[in-house]
Design a binder for this molecule. Structure first.
Ligand code: AHR
Length: 658
């Protein structure tokens, strides 16, 4: 008898039922070289229920041009070049002019607007917006076109609104009327008659006179959870499908700004969208080889929308706030310690905005935006990726002020950009002495580093601060979102869950990237104007997050287990035992599993597997699911069974118990 068939003898298939349910068991390549002993009746440490979260930053067009689905770029004419993304459009001998003015603007936060003068309308004078690398429209999709306008001759004023494809064909048309001499919002509906990733929008005036326009918007009527000013459904759904325990927002370095004037200030991101002050996105100029001169922050996606999205997807909100320090990789500008009050007050006010009664100053602003109930903020970050004594000079008064007013709010504190070294050790020593709540560790490292760190937290001090693995991603030499990276992340992730008593949260970073407008090469989800896909890393995260255990089950290996990484847990809501097994070996590897004390209630288990021999495999817009989990049922007649881990794979086995 061959070794393979000997091994197969140990698998108990349940006959006819097996074929009906397509019960499978990956072929065992060899007799098991190791036994995994799981003490199913001796649950260990509780695993944080919010271990897996998401990290959202407005980088790579993640907000404007991405999750925030406004199709008009520079809708408020507040870019440094106020006509960027717009071009003059003259039809049939039209004569006119476009100018930017700031006399009697809409409001002080939005000082510029467009002034159109039409001398001779011909067949139409106006302008065209290019969108974010074009505008994605699908056949039959309806949009609301809206604009703030005022006209010097409102009685004759009419605007033609056209959706145009790259062949200059009209694929949507609407007319706008109802102008007055004072600023007024006007809107109309426009439907696309074709699917096109690179449409543009033209506004044409067909009567002589002059007209002012601001906040020009083309907004899809379909949004995630049908929210007004809501999110792009496919992207939001990809995030929701991860079932994240928390969402970190709005970053990332964007919190810090290149200079303090460019930092993220949440108060300028709430209220009516026309009153949110547009600023240049710090990623606009960050990497000269990926310069993105048209990258600004409109804050259409602001703190209210972040909180609302968290609520919609059942994720705890985790805002990160500036603590008086601009990015230390850039200007490193510091707010003097004796002038930190404004920063601290912003944090206190944020807590009131999120949690305060609708009668409080900031709670009233939340209620006015349509959410009288609190958002239940329980934690926030003080600074992003700060390091050194300058951080602690600011963190200490900051934390003191917050804790004295809100002792229950958990604070996330930084440990710098590296997962080890002088700054990291300094930060940890300080934070231990300060009895900090959660320390934010960042690791953007090669796959080999991830494999070497699977046991990183096994010996962390259990009495000190907890860990938030707040930004991680395996970066291959060529910076590819491939299986090599994702498999290494899967291995490390077993170590995070096994140490679920100290590692409370973790998030891959960054979350989103536009395929034509990215700055950072390794990201969880990619998209263009119409399509999106999760990387292999996305599916690893999803498998782990969707199969999060309640308590770790002690698991030990007996025998050779090179290249195998395992975490075992139970799940109180289902009674399931969950085994997550990562095989980094180039060959299939057999494992004997013994679940001591388990009383199985079913002879089949759910099996989800992501596997590929090819470490270079990637997903793409054309092949979004090329590497993704495959679900099957596996026969398990007793708590003592063999499992053939496919070569280079992540397997999640869910065994049902009484
Ligand atoms: O995730 C991209 C960047 O990496 C973040 O903005 C920053 O915090 C880190 O350096």
């Amino acid at each position: 008898m061959s070794i393979i068939s000997k091994s197969l003898q140990r698998i108990v298939l349940v006959g006819a039922v097996a074929s009906a349910l397509s019960i499978s068991q990956p072929a065992l390549a060899d007799a098991p070289a190791a036994t995994l002993h799981v003490q199913a009746d001796k649950p260990g440490a509780a695993i944080s229920p919010i271990l897996d979260g998401v990290f959202f930053e407005d980088i790579n067009f993640a907000a404007d041009g991405g999750l925030y689905p406004e199709r008009i770029k520079n809708r408020s004419f507040e870019f440094t070049d106020p006509l960027m993304a717009w071009r003059k459009t003259e039809r049939g001998g039209a004569v006119g002019g476009l100018g930017i003015s700031d006399a009697s603007p809409l409001n002080a936060n939005n000082p510029h607007y467009l002034h159109i003068t039409v001398e001779s309308p011909g067949e139409g004078f106006g302008l065209t917006n290019e969108g974010y690398r074009g505008m994605g429209v699908t056949k039959g999709a309806k949009f609301t076109f809206s604009v703030y306008a005022r006209s010097d001759s409102p009685e004759n004023q009419k605007l033609a609104i056209e959706l145009i494809d790259p062949r200059n064909q009209k694929i949507g048309y609407a007319e706008l009327t109802g102008f007055t001499k004072e600023w007024k919002t006007l809107s109309c509906e426009i439907e696309s008659s074709a699917t096109e990733p690179r449409a543009c929008l033209t506004i044409l005036d067909k009567s002589p006179g002059s007209l002012d326009l601001d906040m020009v918007s083309l907004y899809p009527q379909e949004t995630f959870h049908n929210r007004a000013n809501g999110l792009r459904p496919d992207l939001a759904q990809l995030v929701a499908d991860l079932k994240p325990g928390f969402m970190r927002f709005p970053g990332g370095c964007i919190v810090e700004g290149r200079e303090l004037s460019n930092r993220y200030q949440w108060k300028t991101t709430i209220g009516d969208v026309s009153e949110r002050r547009t600023i240049m996105n710090r990623w606009n100029t960050e990497f000269m080889n990926r310069a993105t001169p048209d990258y600004f922050e409109s804050f259409g996606l602001g703190f209210f929308e972040y909180f609302q999205f968290c609520e919609d997807i059942g994720a705890k909100p985790l805002p990160i706030l500036n603590c008086g320090m601009a990015c230390q990789f850039n200007s490193g500008e510091l707010c003097p310690v004796d002038q930190l009050d404004q920063y601290i007050q912003d944090a206190l006010d944020l807590i009131e905005f999120a949690n305060g009664p609708a009668t409080s100053t900031w709670g009233a602003k939340r209620a006015a935006m349509g959410h009288p109930a609190p958002f239940n903020l329980t934690m926030f970050g003080v600074g992003n990726e700060q390091w050194g004594p300058q951080y602690f000079e600011r963190y200490i008064p900051f934390a003191k002020a917050i804790k004295s007013k809100y002792p229950d709010i958990q604070l996330v504190s930084g440990a710098g950009p590296d997962p080890d070294g002088k700054n990291f050790d300094f930060a940890w020593n300080q934070l231990r002495a300060l009895h900090a709540d959660l320390v934010d560790e960042h690791f953007y490292r090669p796959p080999e580093w991830f494999l070497s760190q699977v046991n990183r937290y096994d010996n962390y001090d259990r009495t000190g601060p907890k860990v938030f693995a707040g930004e991680f991603a395996a970066h291959t030499k060529r910076q590819r979102n491939n299986w090599e990276a994702a498999l290494a992340e899967a291995a490390l992730r077993t170590g995070l869950e096994r140490n679920g008593d100290i590692v409370k949260m973790s998030s891959y970073a960054p979350l989103f990237a536009h395929t034509e407008a990215w700055q950072w090469g390794v990201n969880l989800i990619w998209f263009d104007n119409l399509r999106s896909f999760g990387t292999p890393s996305y599916y690893v995260q999803k498998l782990f997050a969707n199969n999060l255990g309640t308590n770790v089950l002690p698991a030990t290996f007996d025998g050779a287990k090179d290249g195998l990484f395992v975490v075992a847990s139970n799940q109180s809501s289902t009674g399931d035992i969950i085994l997550k097994i990562v095989n980094t070996n180039a060959a299939a590897t057999s494992l004997h599993v013994n679940l001591a004390g388990a009383k199985l209630s079913s002879s089949t288990a759910n099996l989800d597997v992501i596997a590929s021999d090819d470490l270079a495999v990637e997903n793409s817009l054309d092949e979004p699911m090329k590497l993704s989990p495959k679900r099957s049922q596996m026969a398990v007649a007793s708590p003592d069974f063999d499992y053939g881990c496919p070569a280079r794979s992540l397997s999640v086995i869910r065994l049902h118990t009484h």
